[in-house]
Ligand binder design. Structure first.
Ligand code: MSP
Length: 514
């Protein structure tokens, strides 16, 4: 049986249309999910929508629609991203589904039975935008540390005994040094926990848009306790006949989140699970935030980037490449038109695009439109290039397992650069006049390099990679990672069609980039 790999995106608030930030988190997971499938794993890739709480309820009220109808509509916008951005999630969970109520109520009852939930009353600050409680000491100039407005809340509330978990959390972090990445973010988590933890209010009594607390209908569960549970709902927790799936999938291999919601995933979630005596997720990765041409992205500034418009303008694979290549994963990044065009025309059109077009055109013209055979003897330059290519999978695995997407792409493009230099040095156009056999050998080495590069970039650029592999006439069932390396060389004698360029150059209205 294939090993399981379970990864999740955060579930998105349905108060608004999807924007680039949402697309970014899901894209990173999509690339990783595709990578793991190609590498022989049985992948479960989950995304979905977070539909309860005051923030969503208020957005529905502003539109004058009842929250259920409102969430149905907005959730669909997120679901549509799957097809428009070519995401391959295996499930899409909504927290308003019945299956999720079962899971939340089971977890609640377990926490109660363990003695970690008690009834008291809450008096303190709450930021609806973050759906988070803040201590007095965190409030500056009447705002939360995130800049969100806060309001004073006083109401009866159930509490989770978070304070009792400080030492156990710190010990867990100590024993699991890869639990949170990047390292700098892990240090922030540790210092937050070392500073002491207050018990956490886990129910609200002043509104009703949430999962009812079992046996106390006056309360709904705090939206973050509800939301985090989604990761277990989707793999069978609390479901009739869900045990086998749960046993196979849980704990999750990776929760991918943005840096703003790390505390919920790396502190509260593990504490809930410890209290319920359930296994903890293996890793949480907190990525950075995008700005637009140097400015914070916000609705009030009117500079929100719509990922679908971006894909329409530059091309879907081009956008996917840019977002994962431009910024070291984990850092903040800036989206700019000029950076996007630079990557498109440089890395894609010039480097990989030209390599493919040059090599395939030469084979088409000079080898009778037929792939040359694997050469009987290789020269040092050939072996040196092929050795780099054959070592790619091992390096890619290390990068993907650390969520270093930019490094994985850089490694593939280093090979593209080396292959372009090899073309120039070997000058197959000259060999055509002097040594046809050597020309065919050089072109085969290049085609084999392109084959492996195209296989490796499938997770990020599925359509473009498929177009290249189609032109090389690689059958669809020979595109998995088992076909990488020296064991399964590109076969010769395959007839080829006249090649067509895979990566168009971006030309501005003003002609820039032409
Ligand atoms: N509903 C919660 C998550 C619950 S998970 C159990 C939530 N939703 S959200 O819709 O507000 O945000 C979802 C993700 O989008 C977060 O990971 C957040 O970091 C990410 N982004 C929102 N704006 C972003 C940018 N400008 N750039 C990159 N990612 C950003 O939080």
């Amino acid at each position: 049986m294939k090993p399981s790999y379970y990864l999740t995106t955060p579930i998105y608030y349905v108060n608004d249309k999807p924007h680039i930030g949402h697309a970014y988190t899901t894209l990173a997971c999509d690339a990783l999910a595709r990578f793991k499938r190609l590498d022989g794993f049985d992948v479960m890739f989950l995304t979905g929508t977070d539909e309860h709480g005051q923030k969503v309820q208020k957005s529905a009220e502003q539109k004058g629609i009842d929250p259920k109808a409102f969430t149905d509509e907005v959730s669909q916008n997120f679901r549509d991203l799957t097809s428009t951005l070519d995401f391959t999630n295996d499930d899409f969970i909504r927290t308003t589904e019945e299956r999720h109520y079962h899971a939340c109520q089971k977890l609640w009852s377990t926490l109660l039975a363990e003695g970690d939930i008690y009834l008291d009353s809450y008096a303190g600050w709450y930021a609806v935008r973050d759906e988070a409680f803040y201590a007095e000491s965190e409030i500056k100039d009447g705002k939360a540390p995130s800049g969100a407005p806060v309001e004073w809340v006083e109401e009866p509330s159930y509490f989770f005994r978070l304070s009792a978990y400080q030492d156990r959390l710190l010990e867990f972090y100590e024993n699991n040094p890869d639990f949170v990445a990047p390292k700098s973010r892990f240090n922030e988590v540790k210092s937050f926990v070392s500073g002491g933890l207050n018990d956490l209010s886990v129910s609200r009594a002043s509104f009703s848009w949430g999962v009812p607390v079992p046996d106390d209908e006056r309360h709904v569960m705090y939206v973050w306790l509800d939301a985090l549970t989604n990761y277990m709902t989707a793999v069978g927790y609390g479901q009739e006949n869900g045990d086998a799936d749960y046993a196979r999938r849980w704990p999750a291999d990776l929760h991918m989140v943005g840096k703003d919601i790390l505390r919920f995933h790396a502190v509260y979630w593990p504490a809930f699970l410890m209290a319920a005596k359930l296994p903890l997720p293996k890793r949480v990765f907190a990525h950075g935030w995008w700005t637009n041409e140097g400015q914070k992205i916000s609705k009030s500034l009117g500079n929100v980037i719509d990922p679908v418009e971006l894909a329409d303008r530059y091309g879907l694979d081009q956008m996917r490449y840019f977002l994962l290549r431009e910024v070291p994963f984990g850092n903040d990044g800036d989206f700019s038109h000029s950076a996007m065009v630079h990557r498109m025309n440089g890395d894609l059109a010039n480097d990989l695009g030209n390599l493919c077009q040059r090599v395939l055109s030469m084979i088409f013209k000079n080898c009778d439109a037929t792939m040359p055979a694997c050469p009987a003897t290789l020269e040092d330059a050939d072996t040196s290039l092929l050795n780099r290519v054959d070592g790619m999978l091992e390096r890619q695995r290390a990068h993907y397992d650390n969520q270093l997407f930019h490094e994985a792409l850089k490694d593939a493009w280093d090979i593209v650069g080396e292959a372009n230099r090899y073309v120039d040095e070997m000058a197959p156009w000259s060999l055509r006049k002097t040594d046809l056999e050597r020309m065919a050998a050089v072109l085969w080495v290049l085609a084999e390099t392109i084959r492996q590069v195209a296989i490796v970039i499938q997770p990020v650029m599925p359509t473009a990679a498929a177009a290249i592999l189609d032109q090389l006439r690689i059958p669809e069932d020979e595109r998995g990672f088992a076909m990488l390396g020296a064991g399964n060389r590109l076969a010769g004698a395959t007839p080829l069609d006249k090649p067509t360029p895979v990566f168009p150059r971006f030309v501005d209205d003003e002609g820039e980039g032409a």
